[in-house]
Design a protein around this ligand. Structure first.
Ligand code: NAP
Length: 346
């Protein structure tokens, strides 16, 4: 219960973190001891971090190739896990009051999670269930919130609908598979490697494909076409797309009437014919986690929290590295064929 006054344990000075002084390659990330973490504002909390999550967006920002850049120097990282050590007088999570000593997962940190402490808005913090490890909790923030918003808000996926997660073996993809399965959807997923396809199946996908098998050639059908023939609903109801510049045109063939394609990831341009959308009354929606309104955020956090506590959602951690290996983590997170999320130990 909030007392209306700020609470604190521990102090803001003397933590260790990654500092970026200039945008550039992975090696611009340097570990620095003795950093100062700001005091919390009224709506904020300070967290002693155990783990930080590594997301592809961290690399886009670090390289300077992103629309909105932080002022230099900065500490990377949006999500992570740890224990609250200070709470502003008005800080609240969408799911309730926050208190010192509470174990939490975080998303959208203000000061950066590649560190042993960070400051977040209370609204970006959620009390964690005991059933998950610190590393698993660091895999919740960006991937699970993105997956929940894509499926529940943009795709409005319903029980019984067929959902294709196009790029299902990564951190967001595996969360999409688990959440869609929890909703009672028929889930199809793609991955490039056998290990990735196995992980997608373990996460609950009913059918698993190689990415390219979703692309119909000039001369006939492919794996996914064969699956779609003879189904009661011609096509998939929803596509959650991780690489739109490669797949978007093909997605318009895969969806049925009224199909919804949600673009979560894209790394380039494409030449696109909208005819496939017109003939099916299909829609394409882009999304960014950063655009989520307060209502969307609260809805997604409730769904993610329920999934974690109910056992239908559990981040898959592919690799755990020490903070000093952040440069290596940034190289690996952009490589194909890995499974799940990379986390850094504070
Ligand atoms: P990740 O862990 O690196 O996963 C990338 C996924 O894309 C893997 O499953 C990978 O599979 C798959 N992929 C590779 N080539 C593909 C292809 N030709 N067709 C379909 N899938 C392909 O990254 P993530 O954290 O899950 O994020 C996924 C994407 O969403 C990234 O581009 C990220 O920047 C973006 N994202 C956007 C938001 C947002 O708010 N819009 C939020 C979070 C992430 P294989 O490795 O098996 O090939």
């Amino acid at each position: 219960m909030s007392t209306g006054a700020a609470q604190s344990a521990g102090h803001a000075a003397g933590h260790t973190g990654i500092v970026v002084e200039a945008f550039g390659g992975p090696d611009v990330m340097q570990v620095r001891p003795g950093l100062h973490c700001p005091e919390v504002g009224p709506s904020q909390v300070r967290i002693a971090l155990d783990f930080a999550g590594v997301n592809p967006v961290d690399t886009y920002i670090r390289s300077g190739a992103y629309g909105v850049l932080p002022s230099l120097p900065y500490t990377p990282g949006f999500d992570g896990s740890g224990v609250i050590e200070a709470v502003g007088a008005e800080a609240r999570s969408p799911l309730g009051a926050l208190r010192v000593g509470q174990r939490v997962w975080v998303c959208r940190s203000v000061t950066g999670t590649y560190a042993s402490a960070c400051v977040c808005e209370g609204s970006s913090v959620c009390a964690a269930p005991d059933s998950l490890s610190g590393a698993e909790l660091a895999g919740v923030g960006v991937p699970c919130m993105t997956a929940a918003i894509a499926l529940l808000v943009h795709a409005r996926a319903q029980r019984g609908e067929r959902v294709l997660v196009h790029g299902a073996s990564g951190a967001v993809g595996l969360a999409c598979v688990q959440i869609a399965r929890g909703l009672g959807c028929e889930v199809w997923g793609t991955a490039s490697t056998q290990a990735g396809q196995d992980a997608v199946r373990r996460a609950g996908a009913h059918e698993v494909f190689e990415h390219a098998s979703t692309h119909r050639g000039e001369d006939g059908s492919t794996g996914i076409d064969a699956m779609l023939r003879g189904q009661a609903h011609a096509g998939v109801h929803v596509v959650i797309e991780m690489l739109a510049n490669v797949n978007l045109q093909h997605d318009t063939r895969l969806v049925g009437k009224g199909g919804r394609i949600v673009v979560v990831g894209s790394r380039g341009e494409l030449v696109f014919s909208p005819r496939g959308l017109m003939s099916k009354d299909a829609s394409v929606t882009g999304m960014s986690l950063m655009n989520a309104t307060q209502e969307t955020w609260a809805l997604a956090m409730r769904a993610v929290d329920a999934g974690l506590r109910g056992g239908t959602l559990r981040p898959v951690i592919g690799l755990e590295l020490p903070l000093a290996d952040a440069p290596r983590a940034h190289e690996l997170v952009m490589q194909q064929g890995k499974v799940g999320k990379i986390v850094l130990r504070a």
